[in-house]
Design a protein around this ligand. Structure first.
Ligand code: NAP
Length: 298
């Protein structure tokens, strides 16, 4: 019996998903690129990918896409859970409906896709699941509480799953991109609500900072394009023994390392140099000293 190597990718209309579909198809992989608006990926079809409609918030859509690949190849060989976005804004200004939609997309859709492909992978005794998390699963920026929560959840699900399915021949890999120039920042900025009220200035600063961090400054220089993530994903699906986590771009490695080095209090003071604190007069824009005696862990 031959084993399926079919690669199924969610969220290919733009950004990382699109770049990964094109990159893997050019490298000779059998790629099923998907998007909720399938017409947006017609050009990927012309460049060698199979294309399917797939909305990760719709059970029937997820099931139909997986069933299609299973009918053609016996199983999904590789699942790349990429679809996602940031529901940004102060926690109090995010409606519960928007928060649920965020978790439906970034967490429950990803989890359900794993559940749908696993029977086929277990039956053939091998498979690989690549979950696109974020460097933001290691720290939290104000104005990103709901989004970061989804990425922390992706890490927890991936860590449990990795142990649970290894014995069936299935590897679970996490990708933590840093600052990647895609549609991500524009979508995140557009999702911010609460233009009036006590968080107006703060949410406006979140929008400005979400845009500017991708356009200028040190983090932008330490970021990369979606192709960088596509190459890391290719390494993750072709390595004989994949790593558990791949951090992509220096921005991810630097910020995760910096967060590990400093205390919670120091992190709060660091972010207070980047965002106005709601409910209080603006704080000095001078960055705090990196180490203060009261912060030392004893
Ligand atoms: P992007 O260009 O905005 O792409 C997001 C993709 O997700 C789009 O194709 C979008 O499709 C799709 N999507 C959203 N909701 C969906 C749904 N319900 N069903 C199916 N597809 C859906 O952003 P990106 O940077 O490539 O983001 C890809 C992943 O990387 C996300 O999980 C994101 O959290 C993660 N990430 C990005 C960065 C970064 O800096 N860019 C950093 C860390 C992690 P539509 O066109 O239909 O909306």
């Amino acid at each position: 019996m031959t084993t399926s190597k079919a690669v199924l990718i969610t969220g290919c209309s733009t950004g990382i998903g699109r770049a990964t579909a094109g990159h893997l198809a050019r490298a000779g992989h059998l790629v099923y690129a998907t998007a909720r608006r399938v017409e947006t990926i017609a050009d990927l079809g012309a460049s060698g990918c199979h294309t399917l409609a797939l909305d990760v918030t719709e059970e029937s859509s997820m099931r139909a896409a997986v069933d299609h690949v299973v009918a053609q190849h016996g199983a999904v060989g590789v699942l790349i859970n990429n679809a996602g976005y940031s529901q940004s804004g102060a926690v109090e200004t995010v409606t519960m409906e928007d928060a649920r939609r965020q978790f439906e997309t970034n967490v429950f859709g990803l989890m359900r896709m794993c559940q749908l492909v696993l029977p086929g992978m277990r039956a053939q005794g091998c498979g690989r699941i690549v979950n696109i998390s974020s460097m933001g699963a290691n720290f939290t920026f104000p104005g990103g509480g709901v989004y970061h929560a989804t990425k922390y959840a992706v890490e927890a699900i991936s860590d449990a799953l990795r142990f649970e399915v290894k014995g069936f021949g299935v590897d679970v890999v996490v990708i933590q991109p840093g600052i990647i120039r895609t549609e991500f920042s524009a979508t995140a900025a557009a999702e911010v609500r609460g233009e009036d009220g006590p968080y107006a200035a703060f949410n406006a600063a979140v929008v400005r900072s979400t845009k500017s961090v991708y356009e200028k400054g040190p983090l932008a220089r330490l970021g990369g394009g979606p192709q960088t993530v596509a190459k890391a994903i290719e390494r993750a699906i072709t390595a004989r023994s994949p790593r558990i986590r791949y951090r992509v771009t220096p921005s991810a490695r630097l910020l995760v390392y910096q967060r590990r080095l400093i205390t919670d209090g120091m992190w709060d003071r660091f972010v207070s140099t980047q965002f106005p604190r709601p409910g209080r007069p603006a704080i000095s824009s001078q960055p705090p000293p990196l180490v203060e005696p009261s912060d030392r862990v004893t």
